[in-house]
Design a protein around this ligand. Sequence first.
Ligand SMILES: *Cc1c(COP(=O)(O)O)cnc(C)c1O
Length: 394
Amino acid sequence: MPLANGRHFLSIPGPSVMPDEVLRAMHRPATNIYEGALIEMTHGIVPDLKRVARTESRAMTFIGNGHAVWEAVIVNTLDAGEKALVLESGRFAVGWGEVAKALGVEIEVLNAPDRGGVDPQMVEDRLRTDTKHEIKAVLVVQIDTASGVWNDIAAIRRAIDAAGHPALYMVDCMASIGCVPYEMDAWGVDVTTAGSQKGLMTPPGLGFAWASQKAWDKTKTLTRGRAHWAWELRAEPEVFYQLFHGTAPVQHLYALRQALDMIFAEGLEAVWARHAAIGRGVRAAVSRWGENGPLELNILDPDACSDSVTTIRTGAIDAQALRACTETKLNVTLGTGLGELQGITFRIGHMGHVNAPMILGTLGSIELALAHMGAPYAPGGVEAAIAAMKDDVA
Ligand SMILES: *Cc1c(COP(=O)(O)O)cnc(C)c1O
């Protein structure tokens, strides 16, 4: 394997590549968790979490991954027997709905058009028929990491408003926060969720939720018992860390602090623009490869393709063999297909700490693997990516 030695490239959609500065920030012994530097730093994280979601509402930090936060936000907003409308556009919204169902919430799934994003008109039409307002929450994913779709969160809000429906609007931003534009307050979102290990460039293990006043008020009406996940305990750092609602995740907090510093030093808009350019480059490469052969973008509408992850259908090319080739022969790890897309797709993660050399390295390595395998594809994917990104070099 003469080409595999050298730096390993992780090109999966989470956990994403952690900057060396973030890893170094974690490399410290446990500290005083009662007073001093850690407490002060934690206070500073809260306003920055609000900045990253563009909201004035409460920001909560949980110890747990994205699945844990899914559960946390459900137990804080919905009682057993209440109903939620899940807007499916890939595996992740479905997964969130399954968590809600296990917690006793009645689930109705509205499917997006095949290989597309959530259709706001369908949402409006469905909500209009719910004249008794039995639906208490609408659940959607901004970017679905399985399908690679990017849903229009503002348009879905307009659809809910057009139907005059009072349901809570809950958005999973795990694969999108710190990657693409998100405006929690301007778009009227009631609950936002995220995890640490994607656009926020921090190791897996922290989860975040942001809650509007409307969501906060709904919590007070609940009859279900809540303990560890009760979000009141996580909204104020002094309650969380100083009154012992669990040991503070010391090293993760230092990592997050460093990652947030890096995001704001670059500028959130600049971070979004970098992801936009790289997403465009990836799609240009995939489209070129597909000019001769079966490779194609999973999402058909170019406006609904995500800038943080791309899902590629491989047709007659064996997706797992392609992944195995890049993994073992070129030292590049690509994402597997998930759910019903398993075996017929692979995914490229381009979220968080990713720049032109990293993505061009990944694309070039995929092209090299295709050539090595003798797979049918049109060469020139890297050239197409360069053409798509050249005007972004500043
Ligand atoms: C990664 C991801 C999740 C789940 O997060 P885990 O930390 O893996 O539990 C949920 N939703 C989306 C959109 C994701 O990308």
